[in-house]
Design a protein around this ligand. Sequence first.
Ligand code: BG6
Length: 479
Amino acid sequence: MNSPFVIVIFGATGDLSQHKLLPALYSLYKNKLLGEKFYIVGFARRGFSDDDYREMLSEELGVQNEPEWVEFTQNVYYQQGLFDEEAGYNALIKKLNGFDEEIGACITRVFYLATPPDNYEMILRHLERTKLSEGCGQGSEQWTRLAIEKPFGKDLDTARSLDMLLSKTFEERQIYRVDHYLGKETMQNMIAFRFANSIFEPVWNKEHIDHVQITWAEKEGVRTRGKFFDGVGILRDVGQNHLLQMLATVAMEQPNGFFKEGVREARVNAIKALRCPTPSDVRELVVRGQYAGYRNEPNVDLQSQTETFFAAKLFVDTPRFAGVPFYLRAGKKMEQEVMEMKIVFKQTCHILFKEYGCPEVGNVLTIRIQPNEGITMRVIAKKPGNSLSLDTVDMRFSYHQTFGGHGADAYEKILLDIIHGDQMLFNRSDELESSWHLISNILQGWEKEKGEIATYAEGTWGPASANQLLEQDGRKWLS
Ligand code: BG6
């Protein structure tokens, strides 16, 4: 059972809070996972009372008539404040001290930065200046935790300076750098799948794997997030984090043990082993594009050169994967909604069956993050009949069919781990440093390129150059 805690959400009226954090907290509450006593405080600019905030949330979540919601909101409070003015923080101190008094102890305080990243520095400085970062006035930082959302910086330099600021105010063991993809069921399953089954490890290497494909495709465009997205682009938005984490689950070595630092170390090492394309390699190894209607989206610059699609060919320089290409692609307004990894094994069918006609691609292991979470193994089989003819068939494992439901939402897992103080699924500082190193090199390469960004039709798989990236190696995208 949890000890009492309070979670303060900065940016309480924003998209992330309303659509991810509060629904996840409510679901944890319904599943009785938040413990006997907890407090949720929304901190934002609007002049709301507690009741106004509760009402706004209940409309947003569409749960007005649920009796459990009414119970849940008894634990939800609001603190009006500007991020750059001390007054709001001082009022917050009083509120938090009041909770401590009610409980009769210093309870764990979690500060969750769910604001646009431009505000991080300001909030961190105020948390330090007002000593909120130190917990309930005892100078004992063990009572506080800081959760910070991506994008963590804009490039290597800004990520480093944000990290320095963080480490001035909090110790590493207090910092939870959130990449919610690490909380997704199928991502968590990767360690079990790879290392609890003895059949995969012997073939999980360059001797047997031809290449790896990682696809992150959304059918949606930027919707209401044009202003944020236009200053960021898809490489920073999901490439630097979600896609590299997907890659790390495939590329990592077996952790020393299933404990926090064992797993984090294995993940970090995979990302550190990524070969960084020099800015001049970028033209050859990375492509980008923008969907046709992007510049007409609300709050997007009419001349915008921001990419809504990228594809890259990367290498992981470890003995296990030396020379094996990892092809990554991510895009908005894609033909299909799919986030998955495909491990494409070397084709050996022709050794015995050349004259009978082998399928173009043989064994493919697909790990589907969403939708339809699951794992599919494609094998070659003889088609029934008197003559020998071969085809591929899929052996499927579906989370939904096997276990029912889709497992916990990623944000439920993320929040629960923060509340429990478990950092395994959160980024370490050196992990971000390595990923930004790679991404910054790509960004510098792009800066040197002249001319307009290529566009692609909405509802397709991106610009033609993304196909050429594989075709020039005699391969093709399989999704
Ligand atoms: C976020 C990105 O991190 O992930 C969004 O900023 C993206 O652009 C979202 O839409 C996708 O998350 P999920 O959990 O719906 O796959």
